[in-house]
Design a binder for this molecule. Structure first.
Ligand code: GRF
Length: 189
């Protein structure tokens, strides 16, 4: 079976990246992780990628325009024959040209039930609003932040006594299940 080649973009911890890598170990997984990209050269997730022998392109965006940096990332992805891009805690806005180049083949995971709570600090905002449900969303990436067609969501209950950290942990468990499944469905479609 030929597998779709995926590039994962991270800026930090990389736990979703790790979930995608782990899922790709299974023989029937329709994708393989071909490249990890990070705009933060010492991102914790890069260690995991290195231990697992996955090529990386890690370079700070500092001193470059958004378009210049994205062009370098795009080049690295293409050199690695990447066909799909998964954003996994990538804390950079993307240039319109990069988004257009990967349209329909670039996904993001966001820790809220979109379209609610775009942006940062979602768990705190859910608690402040007194919502009973929270969760995560995988969506196709468009020019607007945390927007774009929703591919799938997973819900968690907000429990009595939850603080933002406890809620984040509960959502993250779902993220790690949802992202590999949705990426697999996308590359199969
Ligand atoms: C996750 O909550 C993800 O939904 C969001 O950023 C966080 C990244 O965590 N986009 P990790 O780096 O994957 O551990």
């Amino acid at each position: 079976m030929s597998r779709a080649r995926v590039g994962i973009l991270i800026s930090g911890r990389g736990s979703n990246m790790a979930a995608l890598i782990e899922a790709a170990r299974k023989e029937d997984c329709p994708y393989e992780v071909a490249l990890i990209v990070s705009n933060v050269p010492d991102a914790a997730g890069l260690d995991y990628a290195a231990v697992n022998g996955i090529p990386q392109f890690a370079m700070s965006h500092k001193g470059l325009s958004r378009a210049e940096f994205d062009a370098l990332v795009d080049g690295a992805l293409r050199d690695a024959d990447v066909e799909y891009v998964a954003l996994a805690g990538y804390m950079r806005l993307l240039s319109p040209g990069f988004v257009a180049a990967w349209r329909g083949r670039m996904v993001n995971i966001h820790p809220s039930l979109l379209p609610f709570y775009k942006g940062l600090d979602t768990h705190r905002r859910v608690l402040d609003a007194g919502d009973a449900r929270h969760g995560c969303t995988v969506h196709l990436v468009t020019e607007s932040l945390d927007d774009g067609p929703i591919l799938a969501q997973a819900e968690v209950p907000v429990l009595e006594g939850d603080d933002a950290e406890a809620l984040a942990r509960r959502v993250l468990i779902e993220e790690h299940k949802l992202y590999p499944r949705v990426l697999a469905d996308l590359v199969r479609s």
